[in-house]
Design a protein around this ligand. Sequence first.
Ligand code: ADP
Ligand code: RBF
Ligand code: MG
Length: 166
Amino acid sequence: MCDKLPYFTEGQVVKGFGRGSKELGIPTANFPLDVVQRLPEEIVGGVYYGWASVDDGPIFKMVMSIGWNPYYKNTVKSMETHIIHKFKEDFYGSNLKVCMCGYLRTMRSFDSLDELIKAIEKDISDAELCLDKPEVRKYKDDNFFSTCTQPSSSLSSSSHNGACTI
Ligand code: ADP
Ligand code: RBF
Ligand code: MG
């Protein structure tokens, strides 16, 4: 769909509105604005699937939304990752690494919260299937996930070239 995929990026997990866990039952780790602003323009708003790790821990499947959350009519663009794993604790302030592998759908508004939740649950099951394909599974083994984490201030470009620049 887009020649910028797979797209690798990382950043510190910041606070959002707190709606993901409370209203939807689907927590989303939000990236700071600088990570959102670094996105190449070819990576359009919508729902994506890929791989994620927290503080260089295990690599899990993830789904991500990029945009203005039309159901909530947000005014600030967000980039939110739901990691398909049950964590014991919140991890605000941790370093989140993601590899966005593919695009699922455009973000839209819904008539009810229940419909939004159902759509995200379908995204999760679609992502699970897509990520099991060998040509997509291989990105989990990329050395982006095994090389040292860069302090966010030194990240100049998010396109991954396999090298750690520290
Ligand atoms: P916020 O609006 O502050 O992002 P959320 O209700 O979306 O709040 O919850 C997100 C937070 O929940 C994350 O920042 C992280 O600390 C925690 N969390 C726990 N489990 C997960 C998960 N599986 N995926 C993403 N975040 C999770
Ligand atoms: N918000 C929308 O308004 N419309 C959507 O279609 C939509 N799709 C999403 C799909 C996924 C996989 C995720 C993780 C989030 C999605 N969201 C969508 C964002 C959701 O509204 C947001 O995570 C919560 O408001 C918590 O910040
Ligand atoms: Mg969130």
